[in-house]
Design a protein around this ligand. Structure first.
Ligand code: PEP
Ligand code: MG
Length: 325
C-alpha cells in the first residue's frame, strides 16, 4: 500500500469536483526535509522551531538559527515554509532556561507569552527568520495568541527587528507574511478580529481541543475524554473558518486532526484550503482527498452540525466512508 501511495506524491491534490487543497507538511527538524519533498508536500505549513532550542545547553544564536532556517528554505526550492516562533512552556522545557514551577503549565508561561516577555530571545529569533526570508518563501507564525494586543505587540517587535536589519544593510523580505495559530478558545471566538490583523491563520487543533474540552492533552487518565469530534469543537472550527473567510484571508489546519483521515470530509465540507500534516500520513490523506467530493462533504457537514453528541458525528462519518467504498 505504501509503495502505491508513493505514486500519487506528484499528483495535484484536488477533489473529484476540482477543489484544490494544499497539503503541507509539519516539520520538527530540518532532517525531515527529504521526506517532506519525497511525499510531495506543497510546502511546510508548520515548522516547530522549539526543537532548535532543545537538547543543548544554551540559547541558539541568531547566526545559528539563520543557518538552519536558510538551509530549510533553500532545500524547499521555492515551496513556502511557515516558521512558527518558539513554543516552549506547557510540556516543552529548556534545561538552560529555568521557568518557575507552575501548577498549570498549559495555562501558564508559554509560547508567545514568553516571547513577548523575553524580548531579547524573541528579537534574536525574528531577525534570524527575517534574514532567511530573502532566500525563498518564508512566513512567520505566532503560537498561542489570545488577544489582539498580543498580535500587535508581536508585529511591533517584528518591525523593530526589520529596522535593525535595515540599519545594518542586511537583506530580508520586507513584505514577509505574518500569521498566527488559533489554539485558544478566546482566539477562536474573536478569530475575525485577529484575522483582520494578519495575512493568514492556522488552526492548532491539538491545543484547541484540550482547551475547549478542559482535557489536558498529556494526561492519560482522561485521554478518552480528549475528543476532536465533540460537537463544541466542530462548531468552533466552523466559526473560525467562516471568520477567516469573512475577512478574506487563508485559513489552514496544523494540528493532528488535519492528518486524521476520518476528519477529511469535515475539512472539505467546511471549505478548508490548506492542511498541514505530519509526513507519515500525508499521502494517506491525499489518497482519500483525490477520491472525495467536496460538495457532498458540504452536505455531510450540514448534517454533522445538527448532531448533539460526538457518537452521532463519528457514526455519520463512518456511514459516509462505507458509502464511498
Ligand atoms: C497544535 O496545538 O495543534 C499545534 C499544531 O501545535 P503543537 O502540537 O506544537 O502544540
Ligand atoms: Mg499548540
Amino acid at each position: 500500500f505504501k509503495e502505491s501511495l508513493q505514486e500519487i506524491a506528484d499528483v495535484v491534490p484536488m477533489t473529484l469536483d476540482h477543489k484544490l487543497v494544499n497539503l503541507h507538511a509539519n516539520m520538527n527538524s530540518v532532517m525531515e526535509i527529504d521526506q517532506v519533498l519525497r511525499n510531495g508536500a506543497s510546502g511546510v505549513g508548520l515548522f516547530r522551531t522549539e526543537y532548535l532550542y532543545m537538547d543543548r545547553d544554551s540559547l541558539p544564536s541568531e547566526d545559528e538559527q539563520f543557518e538552519v532556517y536558510r538551509h530549510a528554505v533553500k532545500q524547499l526550492q521555492g515551496k513556502p515554509i511557515i516558521i512558527r516562533t518558539l513554543d516552549i512552556g506547557g510540556d516543552k522545557k529548556l534545561d538552560y532556561l529555568p521557568l518557575a514551577k507552575e501548577d498549570n503549565p498549559f495555562l501558564g508561561y508559554r509560547a508567545i507569552r514568553i516571547s513577548l516577555d523575553r524580548k531579547d530571545l524573541f528579537m534574536t529569533q525574528l531577525k534570524a527568520i527575517l534574514r532567511a526570508s530573502s532566500y525563498g518563501s518564508v512566513k512567520i507564525m505566532y503560537p498561542m495568541v489570545t488577544s489582539l494586543s498580543e498580535v500587535r505587540q508581536a508585529k511591533a517587535m517584528l518591525e523593530e527587528a526589520k529596522q535593525e536589519l535595515s540599519a545594518k544593510g542586511i537583506p530580508y523580505n520586507a513584505s514577509i507574511e505574518v500569521g498566527l495559530t488559533i489554539e485558544v478558545p478566546a482566539a477562536a471566538l474573536i478569530a475575525d478580529v485577529l484575522a483582520s490583523e494578519v495575512n493568514f491563520i492556522s488552526i492548532g487543533t491539538n491545543d484547541l481541543v484540550q482547551y475547549v474540552l478542559a482535557v489536558d492533552r498529556m494526561n492519560e487518565s482522561i485521554a478518552h475524554l480528549y475528543d476532536p469530534y465533540h460537537p463544541a469543537v466542530i462548531r468552533l472550527l466552523k466559526h473560525v473558518i467562516d471568520s477567516a473567510k469573512s475577512v478574506g484571508i487563508p485559513v489552514g489546519v496544523c494540528g493532528e486532526m488535519a492528518g486524521d483521515i476520518r476528519a477529511l470530509p469535515i475539512w472539505l465540507g467546511l471549505g478548508i484550503e490548506e492542511l498541514s500534516i505530519s509526513v507519515q500520513t500525508l499521502l494517506q490523506v491525499k489518497h482519500r482527498l483525490l477520491t472525495s467530493d467536496a460538495a457532498k462533504c458540504k452536505e455531510l457537514v450540514d448534517q454533522i452540525l445538527t448532531c448533539k453528541t460526538s457518537e452521532q458525528i463519528t457514526e455519520l462519518l463512518a456511514l459516509n466512508e462505507q458509502a464511498d467504498e
